[in-house]
Ligand binder design. Sequence first.
Ligand SMILES: NC(=O)c1ccc[n+]([C@@H]2O[C@H](COP(=O)([O-])OP(=O)(O)OC[C@H]3O[C@@H](n4cnc5c(N)ncnc54)[C@H](O)[C@@H]3O)[C@@H](O)[C@H]2O)c1
Length: 284
Amino acid sequence: MKQFEGRVAVITGAGSGIGRELAIACAGRGMKLVLADVDTEGLAGTKGLISGTIAVRTRLCDVSNSEAVHDLAGFAFEEFGHVHLLFNNAGVASLGPVWSATPEDWKWVLGVNLIGVANGIQSFVPRMIAAGQDGHIVNTSSGAGLTAVAGSGVYCASKHAVVALSECLLKDLENAGSKLKVNVLCPSLVKTAIADSNRHRPAHLASANPDSAPFDQRVRAGMEASEVSAADVARITLQAICDDDFYILPHPAVRIRVEERLRDIIGDHRHQEPDNLVKTTDGP
Ligand SMILES: NC(=O)c1ccc[n+]([C@@H]2O[C@H](COP(=O)([O-])OP(=O)(O)OC[C@H]3O[C@@H](n4cnc5c(N)ncnc54)[C@H](O)[C@@H]3O)[C@@H](O)[C@H]2O)c1
């Protein structure tokens, strides 16, 4: 999609971090916006950062609730007539070894990160297909959706599922002859409020996990030191939409880890054994 001006973007998790910067970047391209989040103040804060000439609507919406997302879609189409960019971006994180994760951890993290994306697809995509216009569905996964991160099993599982879901969505849209495209956004650490995800954790899914790890200083320091900001991620994402690049990897280090993982999967360890590599290539 090359034309942004005057078109409509819906962004979940728009009250903070990457979602907020996506909103600012889309507004900078002259788009109309529907911003959704569970955080009223966050939404007002994002709206306040956007020029008064841009049409912005805000909506409280828990993406893990299919009815709420269905209502969000109805609201967006009613307000602006169409949706061209759907950013399924809302996400949360919990930490701890896999064996310590409780049913509440799984329900919360998968509910927001995976079912939230599925709800967005179910509520918006049929209407976007029916309109026959071009557009993109941009699902926020993570570098943790392409590789394994110790102490992040539940989060990684949710984000790997978002990558798989996005890959399947792309194929399904192609099979249906739709003009719609898909992108999956896979950043590594970015300085946002995700380390304080618990701030929006519902009471009925409160952690009963004695081994759940708070985001330690190392992770927070990694976010502080990240060479890629949330604004960079938003800029790179809009460019990828323009260029129709399916996988969006704003951090170069993620590419290296993905390559290592793929070599492990296909059993090609030669990159770790330069002597063998020389022997193989120099062989008769
Ligand atoms: N920050 C990072 O290092 C990083 C890295 C890779 C991927 N991500 C992903 O980026 C996305 C955005 O996260 P962020 O880093 O900007 O964090 P953030 O906490 O700053 O923003 C997340 C937003 O999602 C909202 N949210 C939480 N639960 C919700 C729900 N049930 N329904 C609707 N909104 C909800 C929060 O209120 C918040 O405004 C997430 O999907 C996250 O997993 C973040």
